[in-house]
Ligand binder design. Structure first.
Ligand code: SAM
Length: 306
């Protein structure tokens, strides 16, 4: 029988349910770690289907926990799944899954935010040119918001440099986002990196502009745009930026389009080229410095007391 037909036909043997695994290994969800588990295999199948066909694919699952999504990934006929889990308590349950699917599961006990071996984690022959179709590599995960947000920013930077998991080409990601722990509705977002970025500026610059604009998400954008500039020239420069970028100052951050952001980044880049100190200017540093100055005016330091 051809290897690919064998892979397509792979089904996990009968196993304890995820609920039973949780009881067996005493895997109480740690609320302070925002843990909550998907127990319904129909739901985990639905999440995994969002990734597209996984037949013979190489998958990295981040935060597998008791392994509900992992089972759906294995049942989709993958070549291999790499599991990265931070909480040691889940490793024995995942090992049980690994025993049920010999040669298909690799387990790493580690933190995905600091794990830096994804750029070497898959077979080299899977590598594709950036302009080609995506490689047969997928990242899937149901992580808490507090982890998925910094992680997606880290991966966006990896995409811009084509390193980390994107060294293999335009690796696709399927990630769930939950607003609150325990909320039943999860939003599943499938990402495929674009061949050509919509904003052709350095990642750090784009990140700074977007992060700053969203700083006061309910206010008019001119209020957040101001803090891109030192206090002395704030009003004048913010007005200049919005005018040159053709952005209505009374739009709120969520009303700005991709075109608006592109335009803001392009004009801000020109301003930074004209004033090289501007890019390193950080509003928060200025605030901290101001607060410290104020404090030292009113408090005696230890040195003074001695
Ligand atoms: N994927 C499982 C499911 O859907 O039932 C568990 C989901 S639970 C919301 C998040 C999982 O991610 C937990 O198992 C937690 O230990 C793990 N996790 C949290 N932060 C992590 C990190 N930085 N690196 C790796 N795993 C992490």
């Amino acid at each position: 029988m051809a290897a690919s037909r064998q892979a397509a036909m792979f089904r996990l043997p009968p196993l304890p349910t995820i609920g039973e695994i949780i009881k067996l290994f005493k895997l109480r969800a740690e609320k302070q770690l925002s843990q909550n588990f998907l127990l319904d295999l129909r739901l985990t199948d639905k999440i995994v289907r969002k990734a597209g066909s996984l037949k013979d694919a190489h998958v990295c699952e981040v935060g597998p926990g008791p392994g509900g999504i992992t089972r759906s990934i294995l049942n989709a006929g993958v070549a291999e799944v790499l599991l990265i889990e931070k909480d040691q308590r889940f490793i024995p349950g995942l090992q049980m899954l690994s025993d049920a699917a010999p040669g298909k599961v690799r387990i790493v006990h580690g933190d995905i935010l600091t794990y830096n071996k994804l750029g070497k984690a898959f077979p080299e022959q899977l590598m594709k040119n950036w302009e080609d179709d995506p490689p047969d590599i997928h990242i899937i995960g149901n992580l808490p918001f507090s982890v998925s947000t910094p992680l997606i920013i880290k991966w966006l930077e990896n995409i811009s440099k084509r390193d980390g998991p994107f060294r293999y080409g335009r690796t696709q990601m399927t990630l769930t986002f939950q607003k609150e722990v325990g909320e039943v509705d999860v939003t599943v977002v499938h990402f495929t990196p674009l061949v050509q970025p919509k904003i052709e500026q350095p990642f750090k610059l784009v990140e700074k502009v977007v992060r700053t604009v969203f700083q006061f998400r309910r206010k008019y954008c001119h209020q957040s745009v101001r803090v891109l500039f030192p206090e002395a020239e704030r009003l004048e420069k913010a007005e200049q930026l919005l005018k040159l970028a053709d952005v209505d100052p009374t739009l709120r951050p969520t009303q700005l389009s991709m075109f608006h952001f592109k335009s803001l980044c392009d004009v801000y880049r020109k301003m930074c080229d004209e004033d090289p100190k501007l890019f390193t200017y950080n509003y928060r540093d200025e605030l901290t410095e101001k607060r410290n100055r104020k404090r030292s005016r009113f408090c005696k330091t230890n040195d003074d007391v001695i």
